[in-house]
Design a binder for this molecule. Sequence first.
Ligand code: HEM
Length: 431
Amino acid sequence: MAPGPTRAGLTDVVRLFAIGVLPTLVQGACLRRSLGVRLTAALDTHAWGCRILDDLRERHGPGPVLVTAFGRTGLVLLSAEDVRRVLSETGVSFTTANREKIAALSHFEPDAVLITPGAAKAERRRFNEAAIDRCVAGPWFHEACRAAVEEEVRPLLAEGTLTWKRFRAAYQRIVRRIVFGDAARDDERITALRDELRSDGNWFMLHRKRHRLRTELFVRCRRYIDLPEPGGLARAVRATPATAEIKPVAQMQHWFFAFDAAPISDYLTLGLLACRPEQWARARADRAYLRACVLEAQRLWPTTLALVRDSTAETQWPGGWTLPAGAAVIACTPFFHRDVRRLPYADRFEPEVWLDGRAEAEWSIAPFSHGPARCLGKEIVLSTSAMLLTELLGRDWRTISSHRLGPGRPLPRTADHTSLRFMAGDRAVHG
Ligand code: HEM
């Protein structure tokens, strides 16, 4: 008999869908829904999803499992080695332009590098890299970011309580200033347009495309690039040569969208530190440690819940079987980031793993991905996050909501950032 892959049976397919996929759809794949976040956190759905994957690995071994559902074939990865292989072979045998990802993201960022198939991807990635590097290397950009962060955080520090709603609104102003320049500070319409289209993206191909809204979003974005003196990333876009095929405005939509994950992990970082006075003090004094804290929050609660590829060529797998082109390949980050069989620190807050090389050595720990499609915004995100948290840590925030973020017991696998609340107060009291 010809060797074949491990195939998920009907019961496993139903379990994977009900406990793995459904909660992600409830939370929202492109734009988090508060109610969905609260519900999935209350049920700790990621813990259930991880248990199913762990159970599959126990029964079948570490090789990937083939899942067929709704006429689509998907390969679910269960080993760190396979994650490394798929991420590093991106652009060779696998593409980031996965069919479902295109269906979701094309509502608001058609032509973005992440969902560009074929040869055009390399050209668009080069443009992204050149424009973003131009900013990262420019002292003017750091000064602009610092000013944006300090000015927008100041009103938060003046209040006695901190809620997600206020934090996110301030962060949106920071993101608009960094991406489009200071002129966009109060352009709430551009954020509303992006978020309306992202909420359409939550429905993948089931929602019709709203071309009028998308055009309005793109026109607004273009205006910031065409200003006599553009600011933020828009300034770098103007200065970076681009052919017609690159579509710089579409590339910027991805930056604008992706930045929205930073407030989630920064707010959770604040929650973790608020429960740990010693780590709080170290994070205040040591920028590298603070960045490690942000990365650790991203490890514990990754905002990109799955790294997904489509295969573009036949690939050979151990056991001698062949995966055809056109299959989806999925690495679930909450599972790999908290793999208790591999990581002794799986369910603990241990920023040190980002300082001593342990986390970087594991390709399956990939909040910003690895390999040829790794995130190009990582440095901007981490430096903005560190600036912002340094400002916020100037006050003694303690959690006043019933979140289990303290040390002493394993951290929950699913976090609800939306109802996390802080009060400025005594360092002696911690949640
Ligand atoms: C906390 C915030 C962010 C997180 C967690 C994040 C994470 C990621 C991840 C996981 C990927 C790779 C997806 C994959 O392998 O399939 C990615 C790709 C990318 N990110 Fe980010 N990102 C963030 C913010 C940003 C920002 C602010 C920018 C731009 C300024 C950016 C630019 C990009 C680009 C251009 C790609 C596409 C790379 C490619 O397909 O070649 N990201 N990001």
